[in-house]
Structure formats: structure tokens, C-alpha cells
Design a protein around this ligand. Sequence first.
Ligand SMILES: [Mg+2]
Length: 389
Amino acid sequence: MDMKSNHGAPVLTDPAPINKSRLGIPSNLLPYSPTGAAFSPSLHLTIPRKKPGKLDDVRASGWLDAMKASSPPRKKLTKDFNFEVVSDDTDVAYRIWTLKYPSALTSFEQITNYAKEKRIVLFLDYDGTLSPIVDDPECAFMSDSMRSAVRNVVKYFPTAIISGRSRDKVCEFVGLTELYYAGSHGMDIMGPVRHSVSDDHPNSIRSTDEQGKEVNLFQPASEFLPMIDEVFRSLVEITKGIKGAKVENNKFCASVHYRNVDEKVIVASWATVAQCVHDIIKDYPRLRLTHGRKVLEVRPVIKWDKGKAVEFLLESLALSNCGDVLPIYVGDDRTDEDAFKVLREGNRGYGILVSSVPKESKAFYSLRDPSEVMEFLKSLVRWKESSAL
Ligand SMILES: [Mg+2]
């Protein structure tokens, strides 16, 4: 596939070699191998995340700009006229930006033209994509109408929700079955049991969910689970004399909370907590310590992101080697760029960036906000239903 400009919109077309030569890199260096060797979790876990350098420098120096860009000026309400006037500059900048990242709604026909004879697989971010961004992350609820739109789209397309949040939390927010939930940036994936090849895939573990319903679990870092559990039990033991310390087993991360440990009590200070954690994990070179808000977190030393989650899910669902599969990923933030990059550079499918302000992205298309995401999902359903007639 290759990108071609057509009325300002990117279109995926065959054949692949054109794009590879344009990228100036041999096909075997592309991040995705179309030859599809048998899946090996270790293969994926050892892929370097990305070379340090230019991109990170750009990100570092661009943070302030990105923050400003994420806070566009409010719409003005004129005194004399009782209607809203959108800031001209903002509007013009956005419209210019959509020449590069056309709206997935206005370009819908191009997308579906390409998707003819193909099987669309949908990947959806949660926060800011299916739900509005809110001050309290515990209150990032999706609307009933969005839930209904997702429920309908799942009837026609394999769909996964990929979030940085824990899988349980995303499941709770969405509250739908028959789709894949990928929590912890895809390290913890749960999906419905289907009578297909995926049920027998070596990455799939049959389990039951909270309601006792059979599900498939896909956990690329599952080899770490016994280690995390062992460390969890050691941490419980070593901190049991520290008043206020609480150890939590988050499956892919053991967390030591010290919010309730009195900092002034010398024998049970935060430093003691830190020393205890250090004493345990020094014997585990494959684990590392990260700092959260009044919590120490012990997690696997693996490089994992949403791009790898997309690859892993396609592999696990036995869809990675199918030429007739078109992955579409919809997301709104920096962590979604890894997935956009995998789709773009692997010539696999479309990334759709959800943004109301201009941003550089690896996505092909854009949508302004979650309400447009909902409209896009509804359009997909209508298209599928009408094409089935
Ligand atoms: Mg998001």
C-alpha cells in the first residue's frame, strides 16, 4: 500500500514497494514483517522502542507548545449578537491542518472504498476518544449514546479498546461484552471466546470474567506474572511491620502505597519503605521501580506500547497475515502515536487522530472530538448494513 494524494486526502493503495522505496529503507527493516513468522512473545518484547534522538528532542522542546495547543481559546460570545463566533485564527489553522489530516467523516467514502473486500478491525482508545476528558479520571464516563454506537459497531467488526488504564477499569466504564479490552497499554488483554482459530492460539488462555463468563486472556508479559506475584508476597512480608504501608497486587505491577505511612516516625519512615522495596527487587534484574503518587511500583523491564499491542492483538487473533484485513485505530493522545506509526509505516491501515487543534501525527485522518468518533462509528455500521443488502 502507498499513500497518494487525492483531493488532499491520503489514500492507501497497492503496491507496497513504492512506499518502501520512498521511505528509503529496505523492506526487512520496516517495523512490521509481512512474512509473518510464527509469533513469539520474546520477539516482541525485545524490539527496541525507538531510537533516542530527534523525535524525543522534538517532544521535549515541544511540550509547552503541545500544552498550549491542547488548550485552545474559548469560543467568543459577541455582545451584540446572540450566537457564537469561532476564533478566526483557530478555525483557519484547523482547516489548513485538515488538508493534511482530512476528516474521517468527509473522507468516509474513500475509506470505505478502500475497505471493500476487506475486513475492518477497529482499535479504539478510551479517554478522549470514547469519553470526554474530565478533571477527575474516575469520572470519565462514556455516554449511553456512545455505548450504543460501540455496541452496534462490535456486531460487524472485531473491536478492541486499548487503554493505559487497568483492564478492569476500562471494562467497568464501557460495560460491554463481545469486544476486546486491552488494559495497561495492551499488556493485559481480555476478549470474548469465539469459535475460531484464535481460541487455540498459544497466546490465548481460557479464563472466566467477573460474571463467570468464559473469556480469552492474551497477556504478552504473562511470563512475569509468577515473578510479580512472588515479589508481591515478599513485599507484604517485609513491610508488615510498617504502620500504614499497603501492598497491592496489580497483576503486572506490585504497588507499595505509603500515603498513610507517617513520614515523621523514624522507624517507619518513607525511607524505610524505600529500603524494604530496594532489598526485595535487587534480586530481580528483570524488574524495575517506578514512582507514582505516594506509591512505589515494581514492574517488568519490558518495552511495550500501544503499537506493540496492536501488533500483538492482530497476531493473537490470527489476523496479521491476512491481506484482506484493514486495521483502523482511533485515538487522541501521544501514546496512540505508537499505534498510528505501526499502521502507517507497516502500510497496514489507517490511524485516525481525535483532536480539535492542529497537531503533528502519524495518523492518516482526523476527527474533531468524541461526538465525531460516535458519528464515524455509526457511519461504519450504516455502510456495513447497506453493503450487506
Ligand atoms: Mg486517550
